[in-house]
Structures are given as structure tokens and as C-alpha cells.
Design a protein around this ligand. Structure first.
Ligand SMILES: [Zn+2]
Length: 282
């Protein structure tokens, strides 16, 4: 499910079965759906989804559809960015989200789970950050765990933060030029903590993961993600959380990064990682 600036997804599948003999699909694909061949970056996103979930599936068995030009696709009474149909293992994406990695991976996780629901363990724990899960997805997942009584509230400086560029080496000729800036947050303590995240002016939601990539201190790009789910602030003893940010090599006028040398930093809250240098190649 996609709202402006917020992402998530819901899946609907319905069959009308007559006496167990013949099944007729009741819900057709959204109007305007067109079949397409998955681009190379989907392979990268598939491997990320397999890795976070620990599940294996057949990428080739997915049938892909897009509604060109659509900001959302209608489903039931909702408007979604993507939808998985169990029958035929089909994924339909709104044109606006066809290259939105976290949403495409959300639908991929449905295909790996072969389920339309959003279990917290898969969507907000194992694959948290890798797949988008906000709004209805969080409500479907159910309430977050309650930190044990006495769990200390700590500042982001209590969390170890690091950053990594994957895949490495990073080339325009691989995966359509797509790559990820993966920010890692690790609780080094042998006890649980709740991190007090800065809100940056937003009244309720704290800012969790953030990245920054540049050629110098002036020319840089970056973005942050809110902690839509409160479990994001709760770390068990020694727990590690990650969020990959999707980027692509190409023309800077199209919001892409030109081949060259860069420095990346990651943040969790306002705690900044050490910088790393990396190269984007042709
Ligand atoms: Zn979903």
C-alpha cells in the first residue's frame, strides 16, 4: 500500500470454486495492467529478500505486471503501490513504484512466504528495513513486543553505527546500475535498550536510519527514514538492525550518481558512523 511518502502493501486473492471442479478468478488484475520482464535490478532485490527472510523461492516463477503511469492501483477500497496475487504468483505494481526497491521486495516477500498477511516476524523483524512496512502493514502485523520493565532509555550514541556499499565492486553494468547503501545499527550492550530517536520536527515519529553520500562536504545526497514501528527503537542484547537504501549509477540530472569516487556515512538517530570510501564504476 502506498500513500504519498509512505509505503506498504496489501494483498488480495480470491477464488470462486465450484464444487471443487473448476476455479474461476473473481478478482482480475487492475485495469491497465501490462506484463513486463523483470529488469536486472530485481535479481539484486530478490537476493536481498531471500537473505533477510532465510527463505528460498523461484524468481522465474513470478509473473510481473505494471500499470503504467499509475501512482496507485485500486484494490478493494484501498489504493496500493503493489499487490501480490497468489493465483499465478503474479505481482502487479503501480507505475510510480516499479523501481521502488523496498516495495518490490515487499511483494517478493509475499511470494516467498506464499501468504498475503504481514507477520511481524518476517516483515518487521527479519526483513525490517529491507521491505517497506507502514500503516496497514504494521496494523496487520500486530502490536510490537513490550520492552522488559526497567529497560534503559539511551541516546543513539549508545548504538554502534556502520555503513557498507553492496554489491561490491559496484558497477553500472551490474543489476542495471542499482546498488544499496546499507546502514547497520548494533547494540553492543549485554542488555536490552530503547533508543530515544530525534524527531526532526515531526511530533511523533523518530528518525531512525539515514545515509549520506558525497564527493565532498558540499556535494552530497542522502535521506532518512522514520521509525514507523516502535520495535525499531527496541534492541535486544547484542541485536543488530539494518536498513538498505536503494541507489543507482547514472545521470545526476535524473537523480542518479555518476561513476566516480565517493564517501558514505550512515546514521542511526543522530549518531554518525565513520566514513567509508568507495568507487562507482562503469
Ligand atoms: Zn503486503
Amino acid at each position: 500500500m502506498t500513500f504519498p511518502g509512505r509505503r506498504g502493501a496489501i494483498t488480495i486473492c480470491a477464488l470462486f470454486c465450484v464444487l471443487g471442479v473448476a476455479c474461476t478468478e473473481v478478482l482480475a488484475l487492475p485495469p491497465g495492467s501490462q506484463s513486463f520482464d523483470p529488469p536486472p535490478e530485481y535479481r539484486l532485490w530478490w537476493s536481498m529478500t531471500e537473505a533477510c527472510s532465510g527463505l528460498r523461492g523461484s524468481f522465474a516463477d513470478i509473473d510481473w505486471y505494471v500499470v503504467p503511469g499509475a501512482a496507485v492501483i485500486p484494490a478493494d477500497s484501498r489504493e496500493l503501490g503493489g499487490e501480490w496475487f497468489e493465483q499465478g504468483n503474479r505481482i502487479v505494481l503501480a507505475g510510480a513504484d516499479q523501481f521502488e526497491g523496498s516495495l518490490v521486495r515487499h511483494e517478493m516477500l509475499h511470494t516467498l512466504l506464499r501468504a498475503s498477511g504481514h507477520p511481524r516476524f518476517e516483515f518487521l523483524e527479519r526483513c525490517a528495513g529491507v521491505v517497506v512496512c507502514a500503516d496497514e502493514c504494521i496494523r496487520d502485523a500486530g502490536p510490537p513486543p513490550t520492552p522488559p520493565a526497567g529497560t534503559p532509555l539511551v541516546s543513539p550514541s549508545a548504538i554502534d553505527v556502520s555503513v557498507e556499499i553492496l554489491p561490491a565492486p559496484t558497477r553500472a553494468s551490474d543489476f542495471g546500475g542499482y546498488f544499496t547503501c546499507v546502514v547497520t545499527a548494533h547494540n553492543p550492550a549485554n542488555h536490552a535498550v530503547v533508543v530515544q530517536l530525534p524527531s526532526y520536527g515531526n511530533g511523533k515519529l523518530g528518525v531512525a536510519f539515514e545515509y549520506e553520500i558525497g564527493t565532498d562536504s558540499i556535494n552530497k545526497v542522502g535521506t532518512w527514514d522514520f521509525a514507523y514501528d516502535s520495535e525499531e527503537k527496541f534492541f535486544g542484547p547484542g541485536e543488530t538492525k539494518q536498513e538498505p537504501f536503494d541507489l543507482v549509477i547514472g545521470d545526476p540530472l535524473q537523480g542518479r550518481l555518476a561513476p566516480g569516487q565517493y564517501v558514505a556515512r550512515g546514521y542511526f538517530g543522530d549518531h554518525r558512523s565513520a566514513p567509508i570510501s568507495f568507487t562507482l564504476s562503469q
